[in-house]
Design a protein around this ligand. Structure first.
Ligand SMILES: C[S@@+](CC[C@H](N)C(=O)[O-])C[C@H]1O[C@@H](n2cnc3c(N)ncnc32)[C@H](O)[C@@H]1O
Length: 348
């Protein structure tokens, strides 16, 4: 298939392709959107500015301005990548980081054999032919790094995308510093539920800063995974749920539990953080956001929007438009540890 203008590739989580395509078609009606392979959707006919002017909820990783690669062997893969690197960097010593992955890595974080081989061979080739490039190659993709992404769709075909630090800043969390957009969160037995991973990931991915001494309300807090994370960051937390907190966090003096209704409970004065993980429909979560943001009850928020059945993409975009109008900053995405939900974060 031939595309007009720049091609941007989105990698999505398994079985989320339809929702990503819906999202792109609703947001960018003049563009051309096409599923290239499971978990891989290409977009043509949209500028990077238009694409990233609003969060991409169902994209785990974006490869901006992607170019296709056909390669019959590992050595052709590596020489082709080297040619692209030379064309982009010339003799400059910009720090750069390299991700080589298959789409399934967005779901599992796993690095597959062929991608690993390409990376190893490329390092060897660089050592022989471009030592200056190997010296500026960084293991951790800091904001100062250019990011080179190679996506393998099959053994012999894929895409390469090179994002400068300026383009990465424009794309915000849509171009993740984590390979394939999968953000690993280590196991931890101390919180009372595995939901803690969602909040830890949101803090990491969106760069949230929950300062020591900050005040927070956790709506739908039980059994207490999110409250545990907030307390760990030094916040004092009002935890609201119909059911009590469990485990050590239930006895922690920095968390106060109140049995109450998440839709009606409000604090006596405004707080630094609203976090909310209540199981409900998107329109009811929107009620909470509208009230807390509209009445300035919180200064920052991190909220999951959950779906029963298929994600309601229209509802998400509607909530997004409200957030664009009523916040100074916001972002959102289906995170690696989200289930049938997306996370939105922002500053009022
Ligand atoms: C996914 S769980 C929250 C898990 C929690 N974030 C954690 O880290 O442990 C959703 C919670 O929402 C609570 N919930 C649902 N509707 C509620 C309501 N109207 N008022 C208060 N809590 C509610 C449920 O009782 C449940 O504990």
């Amino acid at each position: 298939m031939r595309y007009e203008g720049s091609l941007h590739i989105c990698v999505t989580r398994r079985e989320q392709e339809e929702f990503l395509k819906q999202e792109l078609a609703l947001r960018l009606p003049g563009s051309q959107c096409n599923e290239l392979a499971p978990q891989v959707v290409a977009l043509a006919g949209a500028s990077l500015e238009d694409l990233t002017s609003f969060p991409l909820f169902f994209s785990s990783q974006l490869l901006p301005n992607a170019l296709s690669i056909e390669a019959q062997s590992i050595s052709v893969w590596t020489t082709t990548i080297l040619t692209h690197l030379r064309d982009s960097f010339g003799d400059s010593v910009t720090p750069w980081s390299l991700h080589v992955f298959e789409p399934l890595s967005a779901e599992t974080g796993e690095i597959y054999a062929r991608a690993e081989l390409i990376k190893q061979e490329l390092r060897l080739l660089l050592k022989q032919k471009r030592r200056s490039l190997i010296r500026s190659l960084q293991d951790t993709c800091s904001p100062e790094c250019a990011l080179i992404q190679v996506l393998l769709i099959s053994k012999t075909s894929g895409y390469i995308s090179i994002s400068t630090p300026t383009e990465r800043a424009l794309c915000r969390a849509a171009v993740s510093r984590h390979e394939a957009g999968f953000c690993p969160i280590p196991e931890d037995k101390s919180p009372p539920s595995r939901a803690f991973k969602k909040l830890r990931e949101a803090i990491e991915v969106f760069g949230l800063s929950i300062g020591k001494g900050s005040t927070a309300v956790d709506l739908g807090a039980s059994p207490g995974g999110w409250t545990h994370v907030l307390v760990e960051h030094g916040a004092t937390v009002a935890a609201i749920d119909r059911s009590p907190l469990e485990g050590a966090i239930a006895r922690d003096s920095r968390a106060t539990f109140t049995q109450g209704n998440a839709f009606t409970w409000i604090p006596s004065e405004s707080v630094d953080w609203l976090v909310c993980d209540v199981i409900t429909t998107p329109d009811r979560t929107f009620e909470i956001l509208r009230k807390w943001i509209g009445e300035r009850i919180c200064r920052n928020f991190c909220v999951t929007i959950k779906f029963k059945g298929d994600p309601d993409v229209q509802a998400l975009l509607h909530i997004g438009r409200f957030l664009s109008e009523h916040t100074t900053w916001w972002d959102g995405r289906q995170l690696s540890h989200n289930k049938n939900e997306v996370t939105v974060v922002g500053k009022v």
